[in-house]
Unconditional design. Structure first.
Length: 110
């Protein structure tokens, strides 16, 4: 059985609704963090972890920065996720909070 594919948005620390600018920014930040030139050369355990993380970041960016590959990934990942159960009747609408509160106004005590 093949290993499950990692969630590419989570690898970059983003939500699936991220813009191209947010994807590029997250990629640059993570690239600087895990790049071999910017880490401690004496930390052998950290080197292996950073190399693995860097490979995952590069793979995620390769898919998500290209609009065609991103759309295909989104469609594939949407198809593999279970469909949430829809509520019926007077139940609240799925995905909305049960209570929506407006702004709070504080008044000075008498």
């Amino acid at each position: 059985m093949p290993a499950p594919e990692p969630e590419l948005y989570a690898t970059l620390g983003l939500s699936p609704t991220a813009t191209q600018a947010q994807i590029s920014r997250a990629y640059r930040v993570l690239l600087r963090r895990h790049h071999p030139d910017t880490r401690d050369p004496g930390d052998e355990h950290g080197r292996v972890a950073s190399d693995t993380a860097l490979q995952q970041v590069l793979a995620a960016y390769a898919v998500l920065h290209d609009p065609v590959r991103r759309a295909a990934y989104d469609q594939q990942s949407r198809a593999s996720r279970p469909v949430p159960r829809q509520r019926r009747g007077n139940d609240r609408v799925v995905g909305r909070p049960p209570i929506i509160a407006g702004p709070v106004r504080w008044h000075a005590a008498p």
